[in-house]
Ligand binder design. Sequence first.
Ligand code: ADP
Length: 582
Amino acid sequence: MSRRLPVAGSAAVRRRFGELAREHRRVLTWVTVVQVVSALAAVAVPRVLGALVDMVRSGAGRADVARVVVVLAVLALAHALLAGVGEYGARVLGERVFASLREHLVSTVIHLPLSAVEDAGTGDLLGRTTHDLGRLQYLVQRGVSQILVIVLTVLSVFLAAVLTSPLLSPALLLPALLLVPVLRWYLPRAVPAYRAEGALWAVVEATVAETAEQAVTVDALGLGRLRARVFDHRLTQVWSVERYTMWLRIWMMGAVTAVLLSPVVAVVAWGAWLMGRGQATLGAVTTLALYAFSLREPLSQATFWLDLVQSAGAAMARVVGVDLVEPDRPPAVGTGGQAVGQAVRLRHVRYSYVAGHEVLHDVSLDLVPGERLAVVGPSGAGKSTLGRMLAGIHPPTSGSVSVGGTELTALSEADLHRQVVLVTQEHHVFAASLADNLRLARPGATDAELRRALDAVGALEWVTGLGDGLDTGVGSGGLTLTPGQAQQVALARVVLMDPAMVVLDEATSLMDPASAQEAEHVLDAVLRGRTVVAIAHRLRTAADADRVAVVMDGRVVELGSHDQLVALGGHYASLWRSWQSG
Ligand code: ADP
């Protein structure tokens, strides 16, 4: 939980908004044009009303008045229609922009380097994909159109006011002037507070996720009260920041409401004075007073959205931040896979999860293609770390892990998976059809290929027996697979990925000995012809391997065949003796 995922700066956030605007340029332009026309129709109404006042004062006839009333009705109708169409377009735009945002985030998250996710903790990522995305959702879906309408309305009202009466129109600027100190007080406080709020929510999400994931441990060790206290503490922190931002909002809203009353008063007072000097007509004052009044609604909405923009901006910075994680491997290009079937070499590999705590010290190892290497040693010696290094999950801190002369970290994700797959005891079954669960491993696989893979792991029979066969829904909400079946599905994925090398880390350690033996038979079939590195918990596995590597304190201390190592009379020999006698 050391390094958090990056948070984007405002330049990166603006760039991302720019990209989104370009991506949806057509709908955006269309919506803007419709909204501009609608706003113009709206500002024409007070103008015509003002003209009507002056006409009546100067004794216009009934027919003229009737004509003006028809014009008014047409304008109002046009405004209503266009506003409706514009709103529809804006909602479509909002949905599309949000969909792009979410799809982009999901695809980035899927390809994040595992090490970055592990460093940051899953809670951080979970917070960004749920809480932060949720805060953005409302702004993008509703705010885009509202803000567009507000900006256009305010601009067109100002423009119309200047055209109606240049002398009177400055009175409308009063709220803008008064808003400046209010915003200068508010913004520097709100932005950091909203960022802190986002980070604290991530911690809360992490606490919930961690407690739920580790529920068994929490229960077993009676940690319930302790977890509840930790949770209370974190919620108290969130609560105090939320209280602070709420307080900021209340003061800002109060000030804004007061400010918004000012232009109506100013127009009437200033207008009366100008009329006394014969420099404005009653019609013009009426128009401007109506304009001043019509600004109240959009301006008060503007402050609501401004506030939301602040909090969504902080959320966006965290969402865009996910893009800034340094990729640990190049994007997929060309044919690739050229290294398949060649030897994997470790040279002077050192690895530290945390700087200053080296877990692997100067490990060098050559794998012979097609061999089966067992890795044994005490718990905490670094076996899993070595396995992850071989599987290309972590780049070595120093030294090199290469296949056929190419560094594993220089392979694209697709090429890496053609080369090596890590199989652990975590067999996750996703809530989807069985076929979809398998196609995760090879998206283009045909049903026949899926069946062949299931057959190879001995699962075809029970799958055919299911009502809907491959289309049966599994995982939460669907059919619950037994641990054995889940493991078969995981192994069928390995068959579909068809890697040259498989690293097995405790793949069968959680199973009872009988099922483990059965699973290992299945594994044998799956693994035939591939290079296998088996992190062994049963020395039986080690005795069957071509070679055994003994890892102690982050070093390979013995390497050779079972017989050689027994004859050597070192660590392995004593482990073997104690296992046989035990
Ligand atoms: P083994 O598989 O032999 O039991 P590991 O490779 O899991 O050993 O662990 C080797 C050392 O690295 C241990 O001291 C362990 O505490 C440490 N370690 C393992 N995973 C992490 C991690 N994600 N972060 C920090 N230290 C770790």
